[in-house]
Design a protein around this ligand. Sequence first.
Ligand code: BYC
Length: 308
Amino acid sequence: MSEEEKLLEFEKRIENGEVIEPKDWMPERYRKQLIRMMSQHAHSEIIGMLPEGNWITRAPNLRRKLGLLAKVQDEAGHGLYIYSATETLGVDRQELNEQLLNGSAKYSSIFNYPTLSWADIGVIGWLVDGAAIVNQTLLAKCSYGPYQRSMVRICKEENFHKKQGYEMVSTLAGGTKEQKEMVQDAVNRWWWQSLMMFGPSDKDSPNSAELMRWKIKLKSNDELRQRFVDLTVPQARVIDIEIPDPDLKFNKETGHWEFGEINWDEFWSVVKGNGPMNKQRMAARRKAHSKGAWVREAAEAYANKHKN
Ligand code: BYC
């Protein structure tokens, strides 16, 4: 079969809703796009542990500490599942990690902001994990088998993260005047950044057309962002929290919440490495990588010893 015929057959399989498995033929570009997107996703899970890990020692009580510890551990597990799924595409985890450390692979913009108060931890669970679920629920139906399967458990855990975040936020919102102010301040600092997680608007998204044709993405960046806004605004109203957007209004005809302009200059600046915490995040990753060298060496020596 010629390459062209193989491509036609591959695209027919995608069109019919078939799932592509690691040993199936796939265009090189499909493999490359998946490696790019999945590895960036895995890196985001691992870097995402840092802003929250910052508050483990300062959780206000044992229940909150246990919840936060479990959440941060879950993120490590998510990174592990997605790195493993990415390795089925014939790429080594060491190589993926090098790409992160040398700056050629990205990770989510959201983790380049600081966690300034305890309320940030609740707001991250509510908004950041809430945004992640909207995106990942569809990835759980994407065309590549290992990626979609890794998403099933991740989505279940993210749902728990979101629920515990919303419970924290509603507790603070119903607390003292200071607690309410603290949580409103956190929402003011994380709202727009959560909207940016969905990526550039569709007209500025170079990868979307290809990813949607191959059903890696099932909905566009703007469609998912709108869904997140529609789900989240009513949740904010229930707990009397204001969304920091003067242009936010409900359009009865479309049934959607219309929102103001996102600061795309800020988004691209953060993506290019100039956000408030980019340098600290990468420094923490480099340190963890070099401190873990002995574990990798020991694991390799053990594997070699037990090869036969
Ligand atoms: N941040 O063509 P586009 C989590 C880049 S972890 C940084 O639209 P695509 C969690 C994009 O990579 C959440 N960069 O790209 C963890 C591309 O650059 P390259 C992570 C971004 O791939 C712990 C360029 O901009 N989730 O949930 O079609 C605790 C043009 O964009 C961002 C995932 O990774 C961004 N926000 O769409 C709590 C999900 N947005 O690579 C929570 C999987 C865009 O060409 N990924 N860029 O150099 C996706 O769904 C898609 O890759 C995206 C972007 C929607 C993110």
